[in-house]
Design a protein around this ligand. Structure first.
Ligand code: HGY
Ligand code: MN
Ligand code: MN
Length: 408
């Protein structure tokens, strides 16, 4: 039985969610546990209830929409992703995987297909890690990689705690985050890179996700007068930060051409045009498929920070706020995704994910894999992010076939 999803209905659902937190540049801004995130979550839940799902929420705000199977006591087949976005994010990163899962439920309903195992669509809390650390929060708590109490105590960019935000948005659930068992987790996602488009492929069969480490660096020097303080007497946190960032890029890119290093957040204190800044806080996002290269990178960052701090007589602190080793997905499941693409006469290729995903955490507690669809010009974490309705429907149809195969 070769089934395909309803391309128009999937696109309409994406468009409806995209209206929540729509940015002027045509993207999405729904930071985790913000009012926009809560509105999108509530809309999604209303659709799941309409589709006859039981919906429950766990203690870190993960949402589980369950379409009961004939044998509900069996471990369910799960799919899903995230609804939170980057500050100026695209309309497909995360939300596509959530709505592809809902589209699978809708297809099963309209064909009155009864599956043996239940099918669950999940919304993971704070995948992006923008408003509060660490990224991948909800799936880390679910997989036991992050204690719930630590997640609850995280302080957001707005000075609230995650616990307070969960209460304020109505998403502090009772459910124990770690008790649920899945027989498989399959996440559909846009590729967010140029590989599939360049190769002329419809589907990415994701075998592995590269490792990710987030580092926070804080420099403390001394505030001073921009006009009177001689250069050689300064303890300038900004200049120290700039020297560190330049040297980190130079040294890490020499370690491997496949390494990715990004300084995405940089704040100065007191941030005044005529004060030599005594404070600089900035981040590094370091990624590579090989754990030994990431370890070498972290060592190099530590050495560079120490050397520049000594030279410029400032204090420096380095903390790791996220570390996910490279993850390989379940070969049996990955093979099923490839077979589903073949059944649908879609061109597919095996690949490594450059982006991080909740499936990295799920892989620790259930056989997991991912399905990618092409991103226009590889653009993502950018308001111009785009994938075509046909490509999105192809990925959702592969998800449907794979879930059918796993749950019937
Ligand atoms: O940053 C990532 O890789 C993901 O898109 N949050
Ligand atoms: Mn994502
Ligand atoms: Mn993202």
């Amino acid at each position: 039985m070769v089934l395909r999803v309803n391309e128009e209905r999937l696109w309409e659902s994406l468009e409806a969610i995209a209206e929540i937190g729509a940015t002027e540049g045509g993207g999405s801004s729904r930071l985790a546990l913000s009012e926009n995130d809560a509105r999108a979550r509530k809309l999604f839940i209303s659709w799941c209830v309409e589709a006859g799902c039981d919906v429950d929420i766990d203690a870190i705000g993960n949402i589980f929409a369950t379409r009961k199977g004939r044998e509900p006591d069996l471990s369910a087949v799960a799919t899903g992703s995230h609804l939170d976005t980057q500050p100026l994010g695209g309309r497909f990163d995360g939300v596509y995987g959530v709505l592809a899962g809902l589209e699978v439920i809708r297809c099963l309903n309209e064909r009155s297909i009864e599956t043996r195992k239940s099918v669950v669509v999940v919304v993971w809390t704070n995948e992006e890690g923008v408003r509060f650390n660490p990224g991948l929060t909800g799936s880390q708590v679910f997989s036991g990689a992050l204690p719930l109490a630590v997640a609850h105590d995280q302080v957001t960019l707005d000075g609230t705690t995650v616990y307070e935000d969960l209460v304020a948005t109505g998403f502090l659930g009772e459910g124990d985050s770690c008790s649920r068992k899945f027989s498989a987790f399959i996440e559909a996602h846009i590729e967010q890179g140029p590989i599939l488009e360049k190769a002329g492929m419809d589907i990415g069969v994701v075998e592995k996700v590269q490792g990710i480490t987030f580092i926070e660096v804080s420099i403390r020097g001394e505030n001073g007068h921009a006009g009177t303080l001689p250069m050689e007497e300064r303890k300038d946190a900004c200049m120290a930060a700039c020297e560190i960032i330049g040297e980190v890029e130079r040294q890490l890119c020499r370690l491997s051409a496949d390494l990715r290093v990004t300084c995405g957040r940089f704040t100065l204190t007191p941030s005044s045009i005529s004060t030599v800044p005594g404070g600089a806080d900035f981040t590094f996002d370091i990624r590579h498929p090989d754990e030994s290269v990431i370890s070498a990178s972290l060592a190099a960052v530590g050495d560079i920070v120490e050397a520049v701090a000594r030279k410029r007589a400032v204090e420096a602190g380095v903390t790791k706020s996220l570390h996910k080793a490279p993850v390989s997905f379940d070969p049996r499941l990955t093979q099923k995704v490839e077979a589903a693409a073949d059944t649908l006469s879609l061109k597919s290729m095996r690949m490594v994910s450059g982006a991080g995903h909740d499936a990295m955490n799920l892989a620790a507690v259930a056989p997991s894999t991912m399905i990618f669809v092409p991103s226009l010009s590889g653009i993502s974490h950018n308001e111009a992010e785009y994938s075509s309705p046909a490509d999105l429907a192809n990925g959702a149809s592969v998800l449907l076939q794979t879930i059918l195969d796993e749950s019937c």
